[in-house]
Design a binder for this molecule. Sequence first.
Ligand code: KIV
Length: 293
Amino acid sequence: MSSQKNTKQKKFSIRSWALKKKKNIPISMVTAYDYSSAKYVDEAGIDTILVGDSMNMVMLGEDSTYSLTMDQTIHHCKAVKAGASRAFIIGDLPFMSYQADVVEAVKNAGRLLKEGKVDGVKLEGGKRMAAQVRAIVNAGIPVVGHIGLTPQSLSQLGGYRIQGKTSAEALALYDDALALQEAGCIAIVLESVPVTVATEITERLDIPTIGIGAGAGCDGQVLVYHDLLGIFDDFTPRFVRRYANLKPIILEALQAFHTDVEERAFPGEEHVYLMKDDEKSKFLSEINQHDVF
Ligand code: KIV
């Protein structure tokens, strides 16, 4: 198998975020966690790839994003970079890699760029993470913010709940968005917030918003690869649109392989390697003597 990079489409650059907002052209973002999925996402022309900490659930089988480590994130970021040459790649900073300390936040963001080879990082939280965002930006690293339902604060939020449902909560989200913009974010993910709140915040910000469960008023949309393609079915949030239902197709293929193996219908003639006739007869006669001592 050879690795072919996508050289046909134009690179989504750091300037593309602002340019697309200015021209009112929506930005697409899809998660990817490995070489093959990144290659597909890149080839499909998706603008930006998020190596999201959702990998802890859809790839690693955990029931939250909490336990993901920096080393695991870097491992997956590198694989995504190997598959994608055009999309802008964002690495998600995992839980406790930036919350406790600004210096540690900068160092870990730096590791995602240096070792994971991503183009920028994402972190969760509004006003209370503004110092971290500013410090990472000052180190020359593009940052995407993430507010609303922030899975790294699941215990504090009391579960997967819509955020910003009251006017007071919605205004607090707007203040968070302004703080992140002021701190230097290139974009902000708005997760699971009412459509009115997301639309109003989007209209008032200079930087793009990327929505997930936030309605069509955002400047872009993000979905998890496994949700979009119908691969992950442990649960399906209301905001997911399945663009394909691959699970039954994958299951059918795997079951067909199992049956073929059991019935010796695979491999076929076309899958095997042959010996030249003279070597074959020599081998068959010599292997019998080989065993006689
Ligand atoms: O980790 C992730 O996939 C995310 C998206 C849901 C925005 O943060």
